[in-house]
Design a protein around this ligand. Structure first.
Ligand SMILES: [Zn+2]
Length: 296
């Protein structure tokens, strides 16, 4: 079944709820980056978190999540938008740590416990919005939760979960985000907290065949759920040879001429999706001409 995200309201509109099955999205990222199991979980959780944050955007808005921890995974960067498209990068995809004390993939060990969690939102305004919080957990769900509460002042609960097969491929991946709006009673909050405390991991629920709607129904108990939208989600990179050409132009004429004379071409690799773009001598000559043309 194709990946999708649902947006809903509950408890007379004071609770906003999102759930997503991102299994194929994370599986594609795993294949493209050839991540090892702990890195698969760290990148996968980040992609799911990016999709959930992206679901709060509108129209052409987009955002970037930068997780700069002190663990062996290095930097993790995720780009997502309001259309359910996401791409991601992990500095070191070859991280395979022993399981943690709970017998789970040690995402905290891969990400680290010190560092910065940054969200940059491009809302089509002159300046992007930037929010930054310290990494508080390294397990990532708690870090997204802390960011939302601390930087955006939205009390939330974020669950991110990836089930990795013994061969490093992805079995299931998904998550939820519950946000409390002003006006929610203590009773509602307590009830949600109790439900969330006993909720199995989303990846296990997905493995049992549950849909995002059924996951929300489990969390939101027997309240009336008002579904706002169902949105397909996918791994999608917006790179192109043209974009890499523009990047090569910024290197300048002498650098490009050196590539022509010494390497007789250039190969660029997109760090988000792994796609390769080859520039022949002729392509590079055309880029040089473009620079020369602009000078006139
Ligand atoms: Zn790309």
């Amino acid at each position: 079944m194709a990946d999708y995200l649902v947006k809903a309201l509950a408890y007379d509109g004071v609770v906003r709820a999102y759930a997503v099955n991102a299994t194929e999205t994370v599986a594609e990222a795993q294949r493209r980056h050839e991540t090892w199991h702990t890195a698969s979980a760290a990148l996968g959780r980040s992609l799911v978190g990016g999709l959930l944050l992206g679901a709060t955007l509108k129209g052409e808005d987009k955002l970037t999540v930068k997780i700069m921890g002190d663990g062996p995974a290095g930097a993790i960067i995720v780009d997502s938008n309001a259309k359910g498209e996401v791409k991601g990068y992990i500095q070191n995809p070859k991280v395979a740590l022993p399981l943690n004390a709970q017998g789970k993939l040690d995402v905290r060990g891969a990400v680290g416990t010190q560092g910065l969690f940054t969200v940059i939102k491009d809302l089509g305004l002159k300046e992007p919005f930037t929010g930054q919080t310290p990494i508080v957990s390294g397990e990532l769900g708690e870090d997204f939760t802390y960011y939302l509460a601390s930087s955006e002042q939205v009390p939330s609960a974020v669950g991110l979960s990836v089930l990795v097969n013994p061969d490093d491929t992805i079995q299931t991946a998904g998550g939820f985000m519950i946000q409390i709006m002003p006006g929610a009673s203590d009773e509602i909050i307590t009830r949600l907290e109790q439900k969330l405390a006993s909720l199995p991991r989303v990846s296990s629920l997905l493995a049992d065949g549950m849909t995002p709607e059924q996951i929300l129904e489990t969390i939101l108990d027997d309240t009336t759920i008002f579904y706002l939208e169902t949105m397909p989600v996918q791994f999608k990179c917006d790179c192109s040879k043209e974009k890499f050409g523009s990047a090569l132009i910024t290197l300048g004429t002498s650098e490009l001429n050196e590539m022509i004379e010494e390497d007789h071409g250039a190969e660029t690799v997109c760090s988000f999706c792994g796609n390769k773009y080859h520039f022949s001598e002729q392509d590079l000559h055309e880029l040089v001409q473009e620079i020369e043309g602009k000078k006139d």
